[in-house]
Design a protein around this ligand. Sequence first.
Ligand code: ATP
Length: 441
Amino acid sequence: MKSSTVIHIGFDDTDSRKGMCTTFLAYKIVEYLKKEQVRFLDYPYLIRFNPNIPWKTRGNGAVALKIETKEPQKIKRNIIEFIKKYSATEDGANPGLVFYENKEIPDHFSKFGKAALYSVVNRNKAREFAARNGLETFHLGNGQGLVGAIGAIGYNFRDHTFELISYRDESNFGKRRKILKDSVMRMQQITYPKTFNSFDVIKNRVLIAPHGPDPVFFGVRGEDINSVMQGASLVKSQEKYRGYMIFRSNQGTGDHLENELDIQNIKPFSSGYLIGQISEKPKIEQGGHAFFSVTKNGTAVKCAVYRPTGLVKVAAKLIEGDLVKVGAGVRKASKNHDQVLNVEFFEVHGLAKDIVMTNPSCTRCKKRMKSKGKGQGYKCTKCGKTASKRVGEEIPRQIGKQLYLPIPSAHRHLTRPAQRMGKINTRIEFDGSKKWFCNLN
Ligand code: ATP
């Protein structure tokens, strides 16, 4: 009898903006693997990496699968064929595919995934890693996709969520998605807090469906399998979709911002947080964005809060001396601007006193004194009492010591939504009996 082999399969960078999507390719590969009767050992992974990588297509997502098979060679050959057939290499995709045959993933693999979550990883590092650790690789183009592919198989979830992604029939690709807005709003109300970021009540906008030509119909994000399945069942549309697949994901965990940025050496395109004092108070510039500086250990860095985040009004209330934590992606310096931290959240840790200098008040009459002329002091017009100097008066602050998050429509896939604050899903075991894959054809 043939023995079984466990294979971890990771792939990335198969799509372009013109169509396809790496998760849909994963759906097709799983459809094929089901026919081959392989045993699935975990939910498919959808891992989002550093959202500030300039060459990403959209959400910088990679996929991993863990299976057991008696025919590893045949399975690997056929998956390579899928990657060759469906990757949009003519539109700039640089697919990477890795296979790792071993029951478990060694602990040190997680370091690679972590680095890809908040820094820029050179593709040569990916090749070296694969060679050193016995990974089989396949790539097309420049092989950049190997970074996401390796990162995905080795990803170590500190916390995780799920997403049910449904896919369209090919006949509907490119057509407008007609999803009943009210059904999504209601779905969110019914399933809250078990699902997240389905509808933005501030903007009155559906957040579960993309707008492009890709095969995704909609995606429901949530805490567990039952919640995303319930959520999806409540979404109403005339369109019959082709099927769905549920992914284990790091979306909504905020984990890309768990990394502390080193103010002396902030790397372009990295993600992380910084705690420092406001050293230059916010200025609203053209386009309605707020810019301010944060200083730590004597070094200042410029920060930007952009209008679509809905945070400009409150950020504008920060003043010099406030202690803040900012979570941000690093925009590279260019000829026209300095390096900037694009703020994804900020948390006020300490509020400075807002003091304005005013004419003194009369201690007897409680009335504000009048100036007697430049350098001549102040006088109460009622009782004649005098004073020599202006006094500082504390203005109540209009910002609290709390966390400020963008409105949901400005969230990135990785942004931790307010309802998930403090929530950590430790390992939810794979339950193969749940309907995590569905083909309606
Ligand atoms: P989609 O969301 O539609 O799947 P995408 O936004 O994931 O598309 P890709 O086409 O996969 O975009 O491109 C991202 C590329 O960046 C991949 O080649 C991936 O391997 C690589 N990559 C991901 N994270 C990093 C990182 N931290 N450093 C360097 N390269 C990275």
